[in-house]
Design a protein around this ligand. Structure first.
Ligand SMILES: C[C@@](O)(CCOP(=O)(O)OP(=O)(O)O)CC(=O)O
Length: 481
């Protein structure tokens, strides 16, 4: 339901005669980009994007309107299965797929493209972990509040909700942070004579974190990680590299996305584990409006006062990832999108039959469903998860189901040519609250979605096999609350 209590319905599209053009992507079917049977879609400005030459044009079938019986399923159509399997493998492999339309959007909201620094603020943040013996920074004058273990005067940021979308299949959840009590680095302290990046790998206990000292008036002298707001026209990686150069003096490459934090679709932060590739660490002699200096600090005793304690779980996430990578490397895929949306890999796992089902949108070519995030007060308060629940509520009876967002499989954004939107490819699991009835997927209402049985023989990549086994293993030990 929207926040006005009205049910939301994706408009049922009519199959369009194939014009030979169609969406890019691995699907075995052609989705007419300009036929907006589903939500708006990304024709983007001007004409619909020219799809790359198709491999095997095929008819777009209107799907049997059959009754929405329990777990209505995609007809055993080989082409459909192959197309879906390819789409699923691409997403599981961290790749992107063009967003041509979406299956659910908040009713009554204008479908206007999002615009950076107008209705969305994207932030990039880099965690650099380095093993080096840092020359001990000069003794620092203590400040009264440091010993009281109270938040620094500018205090930790108060998020309206847990600022986290989970990354990786075992989804470390970002909890609220602890309060550091180490001595602060007074704003005008002598520069710490840190060494430049050496990149040696030694035991975790010697991890050093790259921190920058803020020059902004509102947080002058506090310490943080290199971070900043994206600017219109730049890609996510370009923004990350710009911010790190401005604030720390280093060139860098992202190693992987560690997590995406969000406070609704209007504020999203992309957190990366990154590595320096050159440049010279910024010292206090190069202080400017971007930062006062950059220093490496032991992970177990970061510089204080901190601008906000929300970086502590991020540093831990980076250390955990470096110690044991819990998910494949995820880097932003440069694909245009006009809204903040999420492509769902919504799965139901039957342990008894060792079967994994995936929810599929059937408006147009069979596809992984996409839900557009809304900017209503409820969706802002509830976070982007609300858009997932909105889509699932449209086709499932949620009150007897446990829905969990398990992790981020991929991120799509281009930023060029007025395409400021993002598409997050997200893993969602659906299970019955009563574990007794687990063998068949829950009934699907309406005709816009079906459960698609993900057969062993329809996937090729080992990542898909690993993913499927992961789901099956998780389901055996999952305790549905
Ligand atoms: C960490 C953040 O506050 C990002 C902003 O960092 P800066 O205030 O440094 O922004 P720029 O001026 O764009 O560099 C996250 C946030 O609360 O928005």
């Amino acid at each position: 339901m929207t926040d006005t209590g009205q049910p939301i319905r994706a408009s049922r599209g009519e199959a369009e005669p194939i014009s030979g053009r169609g969406s890019a992507g691995a699907s075995a079917f052609v989705r007419e980009p300009q036929a907006r049977a589903r939500g708006g879609g990304d024709g983007g400005p001007g004409n619909a994007p020219q799809a790359p030459p198709r491999r095997s044009p095929s008819l777009l079938r209107t799907w049997p309107s059959g009754s929405a019986g329990r777990g209505r399923r995609l007809p055993g159509d080989q082409m459909a299965s192959e197309g879906l399997a390819e789409e699923l493998e691409a997403v599981l492999g961290g790749q992107g797929l063009r967003v041509q339309s979406w299956d659910s959007e908040p009713a009554g909201e204008p479908r206007a493209p999002v615009r950076l620094r107008r209705n969305v603020c994207y932030v990039v943040l880099a965690v650099f972990l380095n093993e080096q013996v840092s020359v001990r920074p000069p003794a620092r004058r203590p400040t009264a509040w440091a010993r009281s273990a109270q938040p620094a005067p500018w205090g930790p940021r108060t998020y309206r909700q847990e600022p986290a979308l989970l990354c990786g299949w075992r989804s470390p959840v970002l909890q609220s942070t602890v309060i550091l009590t180490t001595e602060p680095c007074a704003p005008n302290s002598e520069p710490c004579d840190c060494q430049t990046y050496r990149g040696e790998n030694r035991g975790q206990e010697h991890d050093e974190v790259l921190m920058i000292q803020e020059a902004k008036k509102e947080c002058y002298g506090s310490w943080y990680l290199p971070a900043g707001r994206m600017e219109p026209g730049e890609t996510i990686v370009e923004a990350l590299q710009r911010e790190v150069k401005e604030e720390a003096g280093l060139h860098c490459e992202p190693l992987t996305l560690l997590c995406v934090e969000e406070r609704g679709p209007s504020w999203i932060r992309f957190v990366f584990l990154a590595q320096p590739t050159g440049g010279v660490l910024k010292t206090s002699k190069e202080a400017d409006a971007e930062s006062l200096q950059a220093c490496w600090y032991p992970r177990t005793s970061l510089a204080t006062p901190l601008r906000a304690q929300d970086i502590l779980p991020l540093v831990e996430l980076a250390a955990q990832y470096r110690h044991q990578a819990r998910h494949p490397r995820i880097l932003p895929q440069e694909l245009p999108c006009s809204l903040v949306c999420q492509r769902l890999v919504a799965t139901f796992t039957s342990v008894a039959t060792q079967t994994v089902w995936v929810l599929v949108g059937t408006v147009g070519a069979p596809h992984l469903p996409i839900t557009a995030c809304g900017f209503t007060p409820m969706e802002q308060r509830g976070g982007i998860n609300m858009a997932i629940l909105r889509l699932l509520q449209e086709c499932l009876t949620l009150h007897h189901l446990a829905v969990e967002t398990k992790g981020l499989l991929g991120l799509q954004h281009l930023g060029k040519g007025h395409t400021d939107g993002i598409c997050l490819n997200v893993l969602v699991t659906v299970a019955f609250r009563n574990p007794g009835i687990q063998n068949e997927p829950p009934e699907v209402r309406g005709e816009n979605f079906v459960w698609w049985r993900w057969w062993r023989k329809t996937y090729k990549a080992s990542s898909s096999r690993g993913f499927r086994n992961h789901l099956l293993s998780q389901s055996t030990d999952r305790k549905v609350p």
